[in-house]
Write a protein that binds this ligand. Structure first.
Ligand SMILES: *Cc1c(COP(=O)(O)O)cnc(C)c1O
Length: 461
């Protein structure tokens, strides 16, 4: 039935016709026994683009040469550095340029966006998320609830899989949204769950959330650079992501944020009729027309936000005025000046995404991950081992990552493949995550992974 073969020749033939194969040469691969490791952890930390060093050097040189004048005279002026990233980011997540901004770090962005989009009032207090979200997200949700005087044990709700299943059904997510209905303030899911690798139907979840009067946001840490996203068309209220996973921009590099167009601009948002709460009167005043009293809750674009000078109208930023006048774009949420060194790496990494194109990456990714699923099934069959892939088999419900439950092998198996030069990862309690990324992994990598897995399984018998 499958057209795939578990042979080196077949894997190499697939690589030979891969239009993206040359991108592999643009990355540094860690070495193991004098050859490139089999790197399958682009979902945790993407590899370093070779162009990163020069991009960083440029900023160091400009700093040495210009000092403070680099804000305007650097090759890539620091004052507007983040603006250079905007068009690429917009293409990457399916947004209008005014809807995206590179800023801060991921969990920080989640908090800043929840300030605007999680506004519990009356009995509408709950946040709905997926089972087992990334721990940082759980901490952010729970602390936001507590910050508003709520009880995380009551107000943070996770959709659970059915008995005997590992992943969620969209119909169950929607049923839960409808069940919570007017108690629901915010639905915030990962675009792809970090543990199971399940990709969620963001359009359907957003629509269901809006239908009950809740807002919908997504943490795209495992989706940005992995899935073909259409945040604007899906009507998502907000989203955030990091740049060091699939976006190859280096450890702790600058993150990204999306705010839908309908929440931008000087008018109060139309899309948020509910839970304006005590802020409704303030929300009615056009942004920028507030008094100069800094004890006021600052309003950006009709929504409350935590403001900083980099969110202020860029034409008047250096007038250093007392009253906050927000940018009419997602940049209103930007609080601090741009972290240029991490943005330098992000810029060259995004430029690679522009050249490769997310549609083309996604097309390769579907094939590469299908090949990995085939190889895992082959290994399981020939070694007589149960290797259960808990990631959905439907390509629409996954990105490139497959999560393997290795019954009876687990950690020992993981350690053995690691010793052989496979870089995958282990996630408690018992999953091995393997993510062949289309930007730099090859079909041959996947084939070789199968060979090592087979050897390690037979060694354990
Ligand atoms: C990786 C990841 C994080 C990490 O957050 P940082 O703020 O970048 O340290 C948070 N949430 C999710 C879903 C992640 O996958």
């Amino acid at each position: 039935m499958s057209t795939y073969q578990n042979t080196l020749a077949h894997a190499q033939a697939l690589d030979a016709v891969d239009p993206l194969r040359s991108f592999r040469n643009e990355f540094h691969f860690p070495q193991h026994a004098d050859r490139d490791v089999l790197y399958f952890t682009g979902n945790s930390l993407g590899l370093q683009p070779k162009a990163a060093a020069d991009a960083l050097k440029q900023e160091l040189d400009d700093w040495a040469r210009f000092g403070v004048e680099g804000h305007f005279h650097a090759k890539h002026p620091w004052y507007s550095y983040h603006e250079e990233l905007t068009p690429s980011l917009a293409r990457l997540v399916g947004a209008l340029p005014e809807e995206v901004v590179a800023m801060n770090q991921l969990t920080s962005n989640l908090h800043f966006l929840m300030v605007s989009f999680y506004r519990p009032s009356g009995k509408r207090t709950k946040i709905l998320t997926e089972q087992r979200p990334f721990p940082s997200d759980t901490y952010a949700f729970a602390s936001q609830i507590a910050f508003h005087g709520g009880d995380p044990a009551m107000d943070l709700v996770e959709v659970q899989p059915r008995d005997g299943e590992h992943t969620l059904r969209t119909e169950d997510i929607i049923a839960k949204i409808n069940e919570l209905s007017e108690e629901l303030a915010l639905v915030c899911f990962g675009g792809v769950n970090f543990y199971t690798g399940q990709a969620f139907d963001m359009a359907a979840i957003t629509q269901a959330a809006h239908a009950v009067g809740a807002t919908a946001g997504f943490d795209l840490a495992h989706a940005a650079g992995n899935l073909h996203l259409k945040l604007h068309d899906w009507n998502v209220d907000f989203a955030c992501w990091c740049s060091y996973k699939y976006l190859n921009s280096g450890p702790g590099s600058v993150a990204g944020a999306f705010v839908h167009q309908r929440h931008l601009g000087p008018k109060p948002a139309q899309g948020l009729p509910r839970n304006e709460g005590t802020l409704s009167e303030k929300a009615a005043s056009p942004a920028g027309s507030l008094s100069g009293d800094p004890t006021e809750v600052y309003l950006g674009n009709g929504l409350p936000l935590f403001a900083g000078w980099w969110g202020h109208d860029k034409n008047e930023r250096f007038k250093m005025e007392r009253t906050f006048k927000p940018m009419p774009t997602a940049e209103a949420w930007q609080v601090s000046n741009a972290p240029v060194f991490s943005m330098a790496v992000h810029r060259v990494a995004l430029e690679q995404f522009d050249r490769a194109g997310i549609s083309q990456l996604r097309a390769k990714s579907e094939q590469l991950t299908a090949y990995l699923a085939f190889i895992i099934a082959e290994v399981a069959q020939h070694s007589g081992t149960r290797l259960e892939v808990i990631t959905p088999n439907d390509p629409m419900q996954r990105g490139c990552q497959l999560s393997i439950l290795a019954h009876g092998h687990g950690k020992a198996l993981f350690n053995r493949i690691t010793e052989r030069g496979v870089v995958a990862d282990w996630r408690e309690p018992n999953v091995i995550r393997v993510a062949p990324v289309p930007m730099y992994n090859s079909f041959e990598d996947v084939y070789r992974f199968g060979v090592i897995l087979t050897e390690c399984l037979s060694a354990s018998h």
